[in-house]
Design a protein around this ligand. Sequence first.
Ligand SMILES: Cc1ncc(COP(=O)(O)O)c(C=O)c1O
Length: 559
Amino acid sequence: MLLISKIPPFFDPWRWSRLEIDEGVEVKDSEGTKRRRATRGTIMPKPLDHESINENVKKVAYAVRGELYLRASELQKEGKKIIFTNVGNPHALGQKPLTFPRQVVALCQAPFLLDDPNVGLVFPADAIARAKHYLSLTSGGLGAYSDSRGLPGIRKEVAEFIERRDGYPSNPDLIFLTDGASKGVMQMLNTIIRNEKDGILVPVPQYPLYSATIQLYGGSLVPYYLDEESNWGLDLNNVRQSVMQARSKGITVRAMVIINPGNPTGQCLSEANLRELLRFCLYENLVLLADEVYQQNIYQDERPFISAKKILLDMGLPISKEVQLVSFHTVSKGYWGECGQRGGYFEMTNLPPETVDEVYKVASVSLSPNVPGQIFLGLMVNPPKPGDISYLKFTEESKAVLGSLRKRARIMTDGFNSCRNVVCNFTEGAMYSFPQIRLPPKAIEAAKKAGKVPDVFYCLKLLEATGISTVPGSGFGQKEGVFHLRTTILPAEEEMPAIMASFKKFNDEFMEQYEGYRGYSRMLRAAPPKRHLLWAVVDLDELGPGCDIDGHRGLYVTR
Ligand SMILES: Cc1ncc(COP(=O)(O)O)c(C=O)c1O
């Protein structure tokens, strides 16, 4: 029998490395074949044992696929109908792909069809011509790596799109194609963050790509709060305060992120706002990271999308030459919704050539962005034109998607605002609704007792009752004591009224339950708190091979 001075708080036969034991003790790893030597009283963990992996990886939080999503997936496996509104993934919720781009990419994927004399019976001539055009831009078709910055011909098409949109020249050498916008954002944050003293200003609430990546690369997130009372507006006084606070902690603020239109908040930045924040970037020496992936998703007419690049160049010298800007776009959003194709780009403005070279070098490490995604991007920036055979169909399809999203944004906002203790700003753009849920104190108390953050508690109850899978506002950041949830506006238009009715029924009953003392006590009776304190004696002989310390067997106490 081996005596171990310190009894571990719990015993798990697969986690030997957590045991503190005497120096020099050898442990059989699996079935006695491998042996590891303990040092300084602790068995050395292997490099990929959880306790020894990169701490930054462990600290990353990504609520969009967090606890709620996992529970929803479990319920789905058990046969419950789940409405996944947690990710802006339009095709997963039934959006049909646009015909023309799929025809072109299908032909690029199966180029032998182009040699078939009947190809013209199935595919329109402009799709055939476009497929030939894209294949001619590759060196070996879709199965060959491209330049690490993307195919030069498609980067040229992106530059022409930007020129048409902004009215200023764009240089294809400063445009890199990526596997979705996320990869570009990660690459730029990696380039900016040098250590934990480097701060990145991020809007709160924010899309957690930013918090997760800043954590992963070991930087510091500097939050600036958007103002819910003024329709999630950006108030630069808040940003200034955040910079001052960060500086007082020794943080060098190096970049500012804007998401325009906003995720999860849906707001569109005005021209005045953009001018003000570009001036701020000049004054504070910040690079502006402009996440403009929702630029086609606008559901009001007062504030059309204007790119940060256009305003930067409109402002003239010195700002137009001084402020460094990186802008991101994607095929995952807009009326395309081609999330699975992983196509995106970023454009760099006012970055010195040496830095662009470094970014190119790092992009080369992963060889090439995926080529079908690049072709989708080419099609997005260069869609059918008036006079092309596919123009009418393409326009009808894209208008139908955007028109329906506009209607769904309205149905959702109105639906939320009709619920007890729920207030919601109109979704001006993007794909989300972010209602504030005013949780009664007794609901907050109940959440604490259940060991849950209050908005997680509410969203889990909503999921169990209705099958609606949302993301708690805490995953995006929110002011202390204020609670939200995020849902996409993507469920099918015809299903929307029923979904909102089911939400309202759940919410109003929830509020009824927790607002009155009697309601709260009824809940406690229905779900009494569970107690987990259990002690047990584990006999190592029962645990099978691999549970052998220095040839001894023994008893452990565990709880
Ligand atoms: C604000 C924002 N930026 C970037 C992305 C990433 O998009 P992609 O699919 O292009 O990586 C998303 C996805 O939802 C997003 O909401």
